[in-house]
Write a protein that binds this ligand. Structure first.
Ligand code: F6P
Length: 341
């Protein structure tokens, strides 16, 4: 019999609960046990733990957020935390950890492996920036939220003849802006993977106006580079990532385009709304497949890896092959979206 410790690390994403349910149900099928640590690594450090039963995971498939809570802390910032993690891993007689997490989690899991704590990471993040998987849990739901926001913004943009700037999440990658913009019919997309020129964008918006299109929707990824003088003010989190909510890229783009075009513009920052909501069926199915696969790999004796899906097939990536890497947005989709600008 195996005993898994499950926890969620990073930012929440719709479909986490479906993954928790999948891990638990597959483990129960094999007569294994699952312990859930509350609020991510915080729970593992404090030994805040509960036994997962069938009833814990009943009814959670369509629910957003995480029934176990989640946190974004770097346990390697404090050696005492690592000591506690080792103690609690042993105290609970765990076989391994199953961590539902993101890029930072993979780096943590790799370091934990070096400390003798085995794990399997299940990829979740609305950003879709995890190397080793084509899709991460939560991305599809967030894209759906973004495209539906664009549908709403079209009406008001058209009524007021405005340029609407829509800022999406996504850290250093433009997956959310790109696929949300493609699905929602954005008139221009700005992402970190493709250099942008404000004069060209302004000329494009003016051309649209000349053609009789009295409004435009411009979608911009939060991690889009800012000019040098604006970079000084950027704040960073404990993993060294810029706090994008404070970079205000959407407002910068709005002010610059207004100056260049003299067309009235407004900015909508979609923010944490993108992380909420009911997971789409695509995310529920992905989470279910990845959760079951994590237990299957563990059962085969495979650990210290990231489960993923590549070209529709489940894969196991050793942590050292994926830690520290990034899954950038695929520019072929940008070229597709450009046809509709
Ligand atoms: O990684 C998911 C994400 O939502 C990013 O898109 C965003 O930059 C970040 O998390 C925000 O993090 P926090 O929840 O710590 O504010």
């Amino acid at each position: 019999m195996k005993r898994y410790g499950i926890l969620c690390d990073g930012g929440d994403a719709p479909g986490i609960n479906a993954a928790i349910r999948a891990v638990a149900r597959k483990a129960f099928e094999k007569e294994d046990e699952v312990l859930g640590f509350l609020d991510g690594f915080t729970g593992l450090i404090k030994n805040d733990v509960k036994i997962i039963t069938k009833s814990t995971v009943s009814g959670i498939l369509p629910v957003g957020g995480s029934v176990l809570g989640i946190s974004r802390i770097n346990p390697f910032k404090n050696p005492k935390y690592i000591q506690k993690i080792k103690e609690n891993f042993k105290k609970n007689s765990l076989t391994m950890l199953i961590i539902i997490g993101d890029r930072d989690t993979i780096v943590i899991a790799k370091k934990l492996a070096d400390e003798g704590i085995p794990s399997i990471v299940i990829p979740k993040t609305i950003d879709n920036d995890i190397y080793g998987t084509d899709f991460s849990i939560g991305f599809d739901t967030a894209v759906t939220t973004i495209s539906s926001a664009l549908d709403n913004l079209h009406a008001t943009a058209s009524a007021h003849h405005r340029v609407m700037i829509v800022e999406t999440m996504g850290r250093e990658t433009g997956w959310l802006a790109l696929m949300g913009g493609l699905a929602g019919g954005a008139d221009y997309i700005i992402i970190p993977e493709v250099p942008y020129n404000l004069n060209d964008i302004a000329a494009h918006l003016e051309n649209r106006k000349k053609e009789g299109k009295n409004f435009s929707i411009v979608i911009v990824a939060e991690g889009t580079p800012l000019p040098e003088e604006k970079k000084e003010k950027v704040e960073y989190d404990e993993f060294g990532h810029p706090i994008n909510a404070k970079r205000r890229v959407g407002y910068f783009i709005m002010e610059e385009l207004e100056k260049l075009t003299h067309i009235k513009a407004r900015t909508t920052v979609l923010g944490y709304i993108q992380r909420g909501g009911i997971p789409t069926s695509t995310d529920r199915i992905l989470a279910t497949r990845l959760g079951v696969a994590a237990v299957d790999f563990a059962d085969e004796g495979k650990f210290n890896g990231l489960v993923g899906v590549k070209e529709g097939k489940i894969v196991f990536n050793p942590l050292e092959e994926v830690a520290g890497k990034i899954h950038k947005a695929d520019v072929k989709f940008y070229n597709l979206a450009k046809i509709f600008f």
